[in-house]
Write a protein that binds this ligand. Sequence first.
Ligand SMILES: Nc1nc2c(ncn2[C@@H]2O[C@H](COP(=O)(O)OP(=O)(O)OP(=O)(O)O)[C@@H](O)[C@H]2O)c(=O)[nH]1
Ligand SMILES: [Mg+2]
Length: 276
Amino acid sequence: MNLVEGLVKMSCFKIFNDNSAIYKIMDKNLVIIPTYNEKENIEKIIRAIFSQKIAFEVLVIDDGSPDGTAAIVKKLQQEFPETVHLLERPGKLGLGTAYITGFKWALERDYDYIFEMDADFSHNPADLVRLHHACSKEGADLAIGSRYISGVNVVNWPMGRVLMSYFASKYVRFVLGMKVADTTAGFKCYKRKVLETIELDKIRFKGYAFQVEMKFTAYKCGFKLKEVPIIFINRVAGVSKMSGGIFNEAFLGVIKLKIESWFRKYPTPKTDPELK
Ligand SMILES: Nc1nc2c(ncn2[C@@H]2O[C@H](COP(=O)(O)OP(=O)(O)OP(=O)(O)O)[C@@H](O)[C@H]2O)c(=O)[nH]1
Ligand SMILES: [Mg+2]
């Protein structure tokens, strides 16, 4: 490390009196957004993320969207070369594997907090700051943007879909015995150590079941999960990718996860890097 690098590194650390712990002042935050045909949303959501009061970088995982989503991201990269990242995959390979690809990419770099977020504005970019706060200040290892901890906070979904999602969450909670109200939520903040601990290659579900599997695995590893209330708004632009197959995977997948958990030994949590 040369002198300049050393000084920059030192300026990012401060020693506090409590327990002599050393905390980083500047967290590195990465928001992962999987996309499939999101040309109406992607630029707007990235700009909205960059207008928040803390700094985020964005990684888009695009599955060869025929509508040209990736080309829009590439254009934005000219404006934001350091903070907009793009991984392109050849075809629609599912949300779960997109996130796993993104998590591995993040772990190869020095991000402290890694977020999952949809492109379609169902997740309010302002809530990223609240999820970050839950992990950085309130002791959570995994913060979950939750629709169901204070009533049902879903706007503009048809009643049938609200009921299905609400009771699906209750079913998952009942089968898995995990104290999370919104088990299929996909708006989350992970502390780096959670993704380092979870054996990512063992995660195999793709849709809603992927969201359940990530939470359940983190929970079984002994991490602290915290739900942060959010209001979820139905997409206004673009087309839904929800399908019956995704729903079926989740229904049976939950039972598989439970049975497996009786025989599986989960890894023990890695420690916080700042406390090493
Ligand atoms: N890379 C990738 N992204 C996907 C895939 N399927 C969905 N997405 C993205 O994942 C996010 C969530 O998908 P949505 O279609 O919004 O799913 P949903 O919220 O359950 O349903 P709607 O809001 O009704 O569309 C969006 O940003 C999608 O573009 C996929 O197979 N690959
Ligand atoms: Mg959506």
